[in-house]
Design a protein around this ligand. Structure first.
Ligand code: HEC
Length: 187
């Protein structure tokens, strides 16, 4: 009986230790996977939009679909999914001060190791947990976020985003971050 009980305690301990470790990785993996879904879906629609109707259509796709896809993912996963940046195109994406600090830290981390995409968790004053993952400028982003913006793109940006701050970036720069806000839990 004693042996049975200690065996039971031992297996319980091992099980709970491994399940705690697993839940930590699972949460980051889940967050990462949701961020990747937003990236992929938006990337595909953006590419299709540009192919079908040029950069202006691409901008319209981003304007309409970025918030829609983010809202769909938010509903599907019961969290708030979006993007933020130090310099934003859409003012709705402006960072809170806690995110600003993270974004500034991401710039330093990217400078130290450009091959490692920075990601982190932060806890807000109210106890909400937020996951941020860096979005790095790629070749295909230069069209709308680069240093030399073509005339049709500039015209469309002026029309839809009169307060645009999101040009002037080079490949490899931090463009912004995926931002996932996990609701407060009672445990
Ligand atoms: C065809 C033009 C176009 C291209 C190409 C493009 N974007 Fe954007 N981007 C936009 C528009 C328009 C918005 C504003 C979307 C909105 O209203 O939510 C935006 C918003 C963003 C935001 C959200 C923060 C903000 O400034 O509001 C990030 C981050 C971003 N883009 C990164 C990228 C990256 C990385 C690439 C390349 C993989 C890219 N974009 C390619 C047009 C473009």
């Amino acid at each position: 009986m004693r042996i049975f009980i200690s065996f039971f305690i031992l297996t319980t301990l091992i099980f709970s230790a491994s399940s705690t470790a697993a839940s930590v990785t699972t949460e980051t993996e889940q967050a990462r996977s949701i961020a990747m879904q937003l990236q992929q879906r938006l990337g595909q629609e953006l590419k299709a939009g540009i192919q079908a109707g040029g950069p202006r259509a691409g901008i319209q796709v981003c304007k309409e679909r970025a918030p829609e896809i983010a809202a769909e993912l938010s509903q599907q996963h019961g969290i708030e999914v979006g993007r933020t940046a130090l310099r934003v195109r859409n003012p709705n994406n402006a960072p809170e001060s806690i995110h600003r600090d993270v974004l500034e830290d991401f710039i330093d981390r990217l400078a130290d190791d450009p091959n490692q995409v920075p990601e982190t968790w932060v806890t807000t004053d109210s106890g909400e947990r937020h996951y941020l993952r860096a979005i790095v400028m790629q070749q295909q982003c230069v069209l709308c976020h680069g240093k030399m913006i073509g005339k049709p793109v500039q015209q469309a940006l002026d029309e839809f985003y009169p307060d645009d701050q999101a040009t002037g970036f080079a490949i490899g720069d931090l463009r912004g971050a995926f931002l996932l806000k996990f609701p407060l839990t009672n445990d």
